[in-house]
Design a protein around this ligand. Structure first.
Ligand SMILES: Nc1ncnc2c1ncn2[C@@H]1O[C@H](COP(=O)(O)OP(=O)(O)OP(=O)(O)O)[C@@H](O)[C@H]1O
Ligand SMILES: [Mg+2]
Length: 497
């Protein structure tokens, strides 16, 4: 094999109380897709931010094509051909597609931005990406997440970046968008670029990547230059430092009587009335492709949207929730999918973020805050969900992506709730921590509470749920019992006929 194009050489990064990277060394070759894997908080995003000049190193350096670099800022890295597609996209929502693509290198003629050339350049790149359907004048805020990501990739291509790094690019994409992303990643590889690819999804590593580096606690554990003789279990145990036999660890239990019955609910986002019931102690899955109407359905049930027709019976009584607060008072809480934008308080502490909904919704705690109770509650969840944080009072925005997710998830787990609706609860969460979350769901169910899990992860729904409702195109097409819920069956129901 040729000399590696990119080499990380003994890189350490320290934050107050955390050694995020500890003498990290490995190399990546041009023309290959190199996966980075590791638990939440292992240091993957930190390394990408070193590469892009955002994070300062305390020791070490990078080598690019035989030259040593320590980037002092993002501009230097950009100029040297580095592009990062971050976990949170960084486009300007109120600017047009063309402006976002060409930002920083707008074509100028006689002192003015050359709009015509800007549009032509943008169209060329969009065509190149197979996104001809997007008009260059569209505002970025009107694009889907997948399309926005394509614009970020377009920016990298316009600058002819030699190293392109992706940070969990597929975590919010639809099946079709994932397919398109995979095509583009392949193409970037074939063009001889270095592609770094951070993901928690095993199947992507085996399907798309040529090499994989495993991180644990900021340290380099191992780089596999080929995946040919590597198996999934080995990779998992390298990541978590122990063997995990069955990530899902399903525990069967006796289901109780009906807790909630939904009878002919119809409204925004649905194309047909939906009926089903959830029993006490049940983990009920809602599977479907992105856009099938799963979140919309549960928003109608939980008072976020008003249904046009139908009825919700909860604990035997007909209920019409006019707001999520009313639903929460009755004992139903929905933990939204877009946890980042819907309710993280970035500069507040882990404790404040974790306890806020209890304060807001339960008068009992709302009138007098009880800091010691809140701290105890926080400590409990830090332990139960293995949240990696220097302490309960740390600012949440210094935690890794997956650990922020866990905090927001824990917020919803207060005592007073009887039915939890969790929208994609394990998105961005590593394998070891998934196991903690599944155990927590089973614990809730053992206490006679019920959980509705909305998930696009086929292996997950078919493994952790007692029954699975499958949605397609705004309608509930079937309800499948656990014993019959093979991945093939579920996918067959979810795909367009
Ligand atoms: N700006 C910061 N200030 C303080 N600590 C930070 C900062 N950025 C990252 N950290 C800490 O560094 C460690 C590594 O975080 P990093 O975001 O690199 O993890 P990750 O591997 O990307 O995890 P995930 O899979 O959850 O995204 C974590 O303990 C995190 O809390
Ligand atoms: Mg990360």
């Amino acid at each position: 094999m040729s000399e590696p194009y990119l080499r990380f050489d003994g890189i350490s990064v320290e934050f107050p109380g955390v050694r995020a990277l500890d003498q990290m060394s490995f190399s990546a070759h041009a023309g290959r897709v190199h996966a980075l894997m590791g638990e939440n908080g292992a240091g993957k995003s930190t390394l990408l931010k070193v590469l892009s000049g955002v994070n300062r190193v305390t020791e070490g350096a990078l080598w690019l094509d035989g030259e040593r670099h320590v980037f002092a800022n993002a501009r230097e890295a950009l100029a040297r051909g580095i592009a990062i597609i971050y976990q949170e996209l960084t486009l300007s929502p109120n600017l047009s597609v063309a402006e976002n693509l060409l930002l920083g290198q707008l074509p100028v003629r006689a002192g003015f931005v050359d709009r015509r050339r800007m549009r032509e350049e943008a169209m060329r790149i969009l065509r190149d990406l197979g996104e001809d359907a997007i008009h260059p004048a569209t505002k970025v805020r009107d694009l889907s997440i997948g399309q926005q990501q394509m614009i970020e990739i377009g920016r990298a291509l316009l600058r002819d970046a030699k190293v392109i790094a992706f940070d969990e690019p597929t975590s919010s994409l639809s099946v079709q968008e994932i397919r398109q992303l995979k095509r583009i990643v392949n193409r970037l590889r074939d063009e001889g670029r270095v592609v770094l690819y951070v993901t928690h999804r095993m199947e992507e590593v085996f399907e798309m990547c040529d090499a994989v580096t495993v991180f644990r606690d900021g340290k380099h554990i191992r780089t596999h230059e080929s995946l040919d003789s590597l198996d999934q279990d080995t990779l998992v145990s390298e990541m978590v430092g122990r063997d995990i036999e069955d990530v899902y660890g399903y525990r069967s239990r006796e289901l109780g009587d009906e807790l909630m019955a939904i009878d002919g609910i119809d409204g925004k986002g649905l194309n047909a009335p939906v009926s089903f019931d959830v029993r006490r102690g049940e983990v009920f899955g809602l599977f479907g492709l992105v856009g099938a109407g799963r979140s919309e359905l549960m928003r109608l049930v939980c008072g976020v949207e008003r249904p046009r027709a139908g009825e919700v019976r909860f604990g035997g009584e007909p209920r019409h929730f006019r707001s999520p607060t009313e639903a929460i008072r009755a004992g139903i809480a929905m933990c939204p999918e877009d946890r980042k934008s819907q309710g993280i308080f970035p500069i507040a502490s882990v404790t404040d973020n974790l306890n806020i909904s209890c304060r807001r919704f339960f008068k009992r705690w709302g009138v007098f805050r009880q800091p010691s109770l809140e701290l105890a509650n926080t400590r409990e969840y830090i332990q139960r969900l293995s949240i990696k944080t220097p302490g309960p009072r740390t600012r949440i925005n210094t935690l890794s992506g997956g650990n922020q997710q866990k905090v927001i998830l824990a917020r919803w787990l207060s005592e007073e709730i009887e039915l939890f609706v969790m929208d994609e609860p394990t998105r961005g969460i590593d394998v070891g921590a998934r196991r903690d979350i599944y155990n927590l769901l089973y614990d809730l169910a053992d206490q006679g509470k019920s959980v509705v899990v909305i998930s696009s992860d086929l292996a997950e729904v078919s493994s952790i749920c007692d029954r699975i409702g499958v949605m397609r195109d705004g309608a509930l097409v079937d309800i499948v019992a656990r014993d019959e819920a093979t991945p093939e069956r579920l996918l067959g129901l979810a795909l367009p006929a």
